[in-house]
Ligand binder design. Structure first.
Ligand SMILES: Nc1nc2c(ncn2[C@@H]2O[C@H](COP(=O)(O)OP(=O)(O)OP(=O)(O)O)[C@@H](O)[C@H]2O)c(=O)[nH]1
Ligand SMILES: [Zn+2]
Length: 349
C-alpha cells in the first residue's frame, strides 16, 4: 500500500531540493526513512519502499530523514543525508545514557493533554521546551472537553504562558470537533503527537482520519531479489494527506541539550534574569533580583519560576552526563585502538 507516492506527498520541500547537485539528480534516488531496524532501514521513494543496509560510517539517522541512496548490485546504499528542517531528540531511557534521535523533519508537534487530572502546566512547559529546541511548531490539543465543566479556564492558563501559543480544545471522539486540527494536517505535512498515556492521542488520529492506525501500519519491504517481508512503519501516510511520525520513543520525552528551548519557553523569566544585579543570581533571595520583584508584583507565579529552574537544572545534568559519556567513549576508543596497534606490532614481529 502507499507505494506510489510523489515526493511532495512524502513531505518534500524546496529546502531539500536546494541541497541537491546535478550529480545527485543524475545518480541518486531521493528517499525518506520510514522505519529503522538494527541492521537496516526502510526508505520510501517515488518508486516504492526499499531496504537500505546500515553501515558503520554513516551519520546518525532517524525516521523522517531525507537521504540519497544509490543502487549497487543487489543492494541500496546510503549516500548522503540532507540537512534537516527540524530534529527531535531525547536522552534515552535506561541506565546507559545517550542521546537518541526520535524523528526528523516534523513540522507540527501536537502536545496533547486532557482537560481533566492530567492537565499540568509544568508538563506543558517541558514539552514546549522540546518543541522549541527541535524547531517544530507546537500546537496544544486539550482533549475530553466533553468531560470538563470549565474548559475555558485551562485555555486561559495556557495562553497566559505564551499568548502566541495555539491551543485547541476538543472532544477527541467526535470528528466534527477534531477537524480543528486540519489546518496542520494537509498534504505532505509531517506530524507527531506527544502526551501521557490515555490522553487521547490515538483517538485524535482515528477521528481525524476515520481510519485505524493499525490499518496504516504494515508495509512490504521488497529486496532486490523480489522477496517480500512485512515490517511496521513509523511514518504513516494518513488519508487526510499528512504524514504521522509515530515511534515508540516519541511518547516519553526528556530534556537534553536544550537550554535554548527552555530559555525560549520561559523568555519572560530569562529576560528579567538578565537585569538582575548579580549575573549568577539564583532568584531566591538576592537583592536587586528582578525575577523576585516580578513575583512580588504578581506578574509571575512561584510555580513557573520553580519549573524554569528545575528544567534548566535537569537539562544541564543530562547534558553534563552526556558529555562525560562521550568523553569516556572517546578514551575507550583510544584504548581499543592502542591495544589493536600493540597486537599488530606483536604479530609483525
Ligand atoms: N469522552 C472522551 N473520551 C476520550 C476522549 N479522548 C479519548 N477518550 C477516551 O480515553 C481513552 C484513552 O484514549 P486513547 O486515544 O487510547 O489515548 P492515547 O493517548 O492514545 O493512549 P496511549 O496509547 O496509552 O498513549 C479511550 O477510552 C478513549 O475513548 C475525549 O475527548 N472525550
Ligand atoms: Zn534574580
Amino acid at each position: 500500500m502507499n507505494t506510489n507516492l510523489s515526493l511532495s506527498q512524502l513531505g518534500w520541500r524546496a529546502f531539500f531540493q536546494q541541497q541537491l547537485t546535478l550529480n545527485d539528480l543524475e545518480h541518486t534516488l531521493i528517499a525518506r526513512i520510514i522505519t529503522y531496524h538494527r541492521d537496516h532501514f526502510v526508505v520510501q521513494s517515488e518508486q516504492g519502499c526499499h531496504k537500505v543496509l546500515v553501515n558503520s560510517d554513516h551519520p546518525p539517522l532517524t525516521v523522517g530523514d531525507w537521504i540519497l541512496v544509490t543502487q549497487h548490485n543487489e543492494h541500496w546504499l546510503f549516500t548522503r543525508l540532507l540537512e534537516r528542517l527540524t530534529l527531535l531528540s531525547r536522552k534515552s531511557a535506561g541506565s546507559k545514557l545517550s542521546e537518541q534521535l526520535i524523528g526528523a523533519n516534523i513540522d507540527t508537534l501536537f502536545i496533547v493533554s486532557s482537560h481533566n487530572q492530567d492537565f499540568n502546566l509544568s508538563r506543558f512547559e517541558r514539552y514546549l521546551a522540546l518543541a522549541y529546541q527541535s524547531e517544530c511548531l507546537p500546537v496544544v490539543v486539550l482533549t475530553k472537553r466533553d468531560q470538563c465543566a470549565e474548559p475555558e479556564q485551562h485555555i486561559a492558563q495556557l495562553t497566559a504562558l505564551d499568548n502566541h501559543l495555539t491551543v485547541l480544545s476538543v472532544n477527541a471522539l467526535e470528528r466534527g470537533s477534531v477537524e480543528q486540527l486540519m489546518p496542520w494536517c494537509g498534504k505532505g505535512q509531517t506530524l507527531a503527537f506527544v502526551g501521557s498515556s490515555g490522553v487521547g492521542k490515538s483517538s485524535l488520529v482515528n477521528s481525524l482520519c476515520e481510519q485505524q492506525l493499525s490499518d496504516t501500519g504494515a508495509i512490504r519491504e521488497d529486496d532486490s531479489k523480489g522477496r517480500h517481508t512485512t515490517t511496521h512503519r513509523a511514518l504513516h501516510v494518513l488519508n487526510v494527506g499528512a504524514l504521522l511520525l509515530d515511534t515508540p520513543g516519541i511518547r516519553e520525552l526528556q530534556l537534553s541539550d536544550c537550554q535554548q528551548g527552555v530559555e525560549l519557553t520561559f523568555n519572560d523569566i530569562s529576560e528579567l534574569a538578565q537585569q538582575c544585579r548579580f549575573a549568577d543570581c539564583s532568584h531566591q533571595l538576592e537583592p536587586g533580583c528582578q525575577v523576585l520583584a516580578a513575583l512580588q508584583k504578581g506578574l509571575l507565579t512561584q510555580r513557573r519560576i520553580t519549573n524554569y529552574q528545575k528544567l534548566l537544572k535537569e537539562q544541564q545534568r543530562n547534558t553534563q552526563s552526556l558529555a562525560q559519556l562521550r568523553s569516556q567513549d572517546r578514551s575507550l576508543g583510544r584504548f581499543y585502538r592502542n591495544v589493536q596497534a600493540d597486537m599488530r606490532n606483536l604479530k609483525g614481529r
